[in-house]
Design a protein around this ligand. Structure first.
Ligand SMILES: Cc1ncc(COP(=O)(O)O)c(C=O)c1O
Length: 362
C-alpha cells in the first residue's frame, strides 16, 4: 500500500496530458512565419487569424469572439463592464468558487440557485426571478465544477424559456464540455438562444493552463464593451501564445489531442466510480459522464471540515466545500477531482477516504 500523500484538492489537468513536443514545433513554426506580429501589440480581442479560426470553429462571425488570457479573466472584464455594486447575480449553488469571488469583488449580491443532479432547480429559479432582477445567471451546464452535474436537455430548454420571459442574461461557462467520455452531448444554451447567452470556454483543459487562452462568444456589441476593458487593462492579450496555439490548431492537433486526453481521463473516472462502490457503497455521489469532478454528499452527521482533519492524518488532502456555496450550505459537500491522479492513487485515495469517514462517524 502506498504511503505517498494523495491530493483530492485542485482541479488541474494531468501533466502527462500536455502536448509539449507539438507545442515546441508549433512555437518554432509560428515565430518563423510571423515572429514580429506575435511580439508586437495588437487588438485586444486577440490575434486576428486566431479569432477567425475560433469563429469558424464555433460557427459565428469573428466579431462575436473575444479572446483573453484564460477565460476567468474575461469574467473579471465582464464584471467591470456590466456589474455595479448592489447588482444581483445568480449562480448555481454550488458553483465555481473563483467566479463567485469575482462577482463579489465587484459588489454583486450573489444569490444561489440550488443545483440538482440534472441541473439547476428551475422551480427555485422561478421563485427567485419573482423577487429579483439579476444582471445575469452564471451557469456551468456541462460536467459542472464543483459537482460534476450535467444539465438535462429538458432543463436547458425550460431555462431558456424562463430567460426569455424574464429578460435574463445567461453566462454559460463550458470548459469541460468537450471532455465527454461516454453518452452524447446536450445542446449548448448558446445553440438554443444565441441572443440570450454569452458562452465561454478555454484551452486550459484541452491543451494546458500555460497557454492562458480562453474565449467568450456572443453578441458583438457586448463583447466590444468587454474588450475595451481588456484593452484598458493589458493593451493586448498574449499574442505569442495565440500564435503558437493557432499554429497547433491549424496543424490539425486538436482532434487527436482530445482523443488522447479522453483516453487518459476516462479510465480515471471509471477508477473513482469503482473505488467508491468498493469502499463507500452508501456514498451519495454524482456519476458524471465526463469532465474533471464528481462530488459526494457525506452521511448525516459527518462534516467536510471534520473529515478533512481525519483525512489529513491519513495523508489524504481534501478541499473545503464551503466556498462553492454563495449563501451557506455545503457542510457535507465534498468535491473530488480525479483527472490528475492515476488509477492506483485514486483507489488508495478513496480507500483512505472511507477510513476517514469511518473515523469521524464514530
Ligand atoms: C468552470 C470554470 N470556469 C473557468 C475556469 C478557469 O479557466 P481558465 O484557465 O481558462 O481561466 C475554470 C478552471 O478551473 C473552471 O472550472
Amino acid at each position: 500500500m502506498s504511503t505517498e500523500t494523495i491530493n483530492f484538492t485542485r482541479g488541474v489537468p494531468a501533466n502527462e496530458s500536455f502536448p509539449l513536443a507539438e507545442l515546441s514545433a508549433a512555437a518554432s513554426a509560428a515565430i518563423a512565419k510571423q515572429g514580429d506580429a506575435l511580439m508586437q501589440y495588437g487588438p485586444a480581442a486577440g490575434l486576428a487569424a486566431l479569432r477567425a479560426w475560433l469563429a469558424d470553429w464555433q460557427g459565428v462571425k469573428p466579431e462575436q469572439i473575444l479572446t483573453g488570457n484564460g477565460s476567468l479573466e474575461l469574467v473579471e472584464f465582464l464584471c467591470t463592464a456590466f456589474i455595479k455594486p448592489g447588482d444581483v447575480v445568480f449562480t448555481e449553488s454550488p458553483s465555481y468558487d473563483r467566479a463567485i469571488t469575482l462577482f463579489r469583488r465587484h459588489g454583486a449580491n450573489v444569490i444561489g440557485v440550488p443545483l440538482q443532479a440534472d441541473g439547476p432547480d428551475l422551480e427555485a429559479l422561478e421563485k427567485l426571478l419573482a423577487q429579483h432582477k439579476p444582471k445575469l445567471f452564471y451557469v456551468i451546464p456541462d460536467f459542472q465544477n464543483p459537482s460534476g452535474a450535467t444539465c438535462s436537455a429538458a432543463k436547458r430548454r425550460r431555462l431558456i424559456e424562463l430567460a426569455e420571459q424574464h429578460d435574463l442574461q445567461l453566462l454559460e461557462d463550458a470548459p469541460y464540455r468537450l471532455l465527454r467520455y461516454r453518452g452524447s452531448d446536450e445542446p449548448t444554451l448558446f445553440e438554443l438562444a444565441p441572443h440570450r447567452v454569452l458562452h465561454m470556454s478555454s484551452f486550459t483543459k484541452l491543451i494546458a493552463p500555460g497557454v492562458r487562452l480562453g474565449f467568450m462568444k456572443g453578441d458583438a456589441a457586448k463583447l466590444a464593451k468587454i474588450g475595451k476593458v481588456a484593452e484598458d487593462t493589458y493593451i493586448s492579450p498574449g499574442y505569442f501564445a495565440h500564435g503558437v496555439t493557432l499554429e497547433w490548431l491549424q496543424a490539425g492537433k486538436l482532434g487527436p489531442q482530445l482523443e488522447k486526453i479522453k483516453a487518459l481521463y476516462a479510465p480515471r473516472l471509471d477508477a473513482i466510480l469503482a473505488a467508491l462502490d468498493k469502499y463507500i457503497p452508501d456514498a451519495v455521489a454524482t456519476r458524471p459522464d465526463g469532465g474533471f469532478f464528481l462530488s459526494l454528499t457525506l452521511p448525516e452527521g459527518v462534516s467536510t471540515t471534520d473529515l478533512r482533519k481525519a483525512a489529513a492524518e491519513l495523508k489524504l488532502n481534501l478541499a473545503d466545500g464551503l466556498a462553492f456555496f454563495p449563501q451557506g450550505g455545503g457542510e457535507r459537500f465534498l468535491r473530488l477531482p480525479f483527472c490528475a491522479l492515476d488509477a492506483a492513487q485514486i483507489d488508495e485515495g478513496i480507500r483512505r477516504l472511507a477510513e476517514a469517514v469511518k473515523a469521524v462517524r464514530k
